[in-house]
Design a protein around this ligand. Structure first.
Ligand code: ADP
Length: 160
């Protein structure tokens, strides 16, 4: 069974993330969406909330959601994953992602990093952009899955 990991902070999950997760699930037998705790210093949502939001908006039988606060390659090794799948947006993502891919390959040669090109409409979509727009009262319904829209709006307004 070919297992892939889609790691990220998902604070919160966006339609860009959802697209990459679902496309990964079409390519691999099982996908673990891994919510990493160490990548965001002061997240808007707790790890549990982020995991719960992903579960609510991704409904594919071969997708699981988990969390980890250690080294990604250690998690990959422990869970027999063959690939780390990342979404690539603009060229600006490339340098950093390539560095990470090379580092992970040196730490754990059995793992492959696979890049999936973002869809044109998601090229400039990021969790931080969603939070910024939402805090300033903008409409983020075209950026986040409908299932979590209320959670994002409420949290950005500081209601819960
Ligand atoms: P962000 O960069 O939005 O904070 P994460 O760190 O949670 O997101 O990213 C997790 C993964 O999702 C990364 O591989 C990232 O490149 C990818 N990703 C993030 N936003 C998009 C998008 N709009 N389209 C495609 N992939 C994306």
């Amino acid at each position: 069974m070919k297992i892939a990991i889609c790691p990220g902070s998902f604070d919160p999950v966006t339609l860009g993330h959802k697209d990459i997760i679902e496309r990964t699930a079409e390519l691999f037998d099982k996908v673990i969406v891994l919510v990493m705790s160490n990548s965001v210093k002061s997240p808007l949502f707790s790890l549990e909330e982020r995991m719960d939001m992903i579960k609510r908006c991704v409904n594919m039988g071969n997708v699981e959601v988990d969390t980890y606060n250690g080294l990604l390659v250690n998690y990959a090794r422990e869970n027999n994953a063959v690939a780390i799948v990342k979404g690539l947006r603009a060229v600006s993502d490339f340098d950093y992602e390539f560095q990470q891919a090379l580092t992970n390959k040196s730490l754990y040669p059995e793992i492959e990093t696979v890049f999936i090109a973002a869809r044109g409409e998601n090229m400039f979509l990021s969790s931080s952009m969603v939070k910024e727009v939402c805090r300033l009262g903008g409409d983020v319904s075209q950026f986040v899955p409908g299932e979590i829209l209320d959670d994002v709006i409420k949290r950005c307004k500081g209601e819960k």
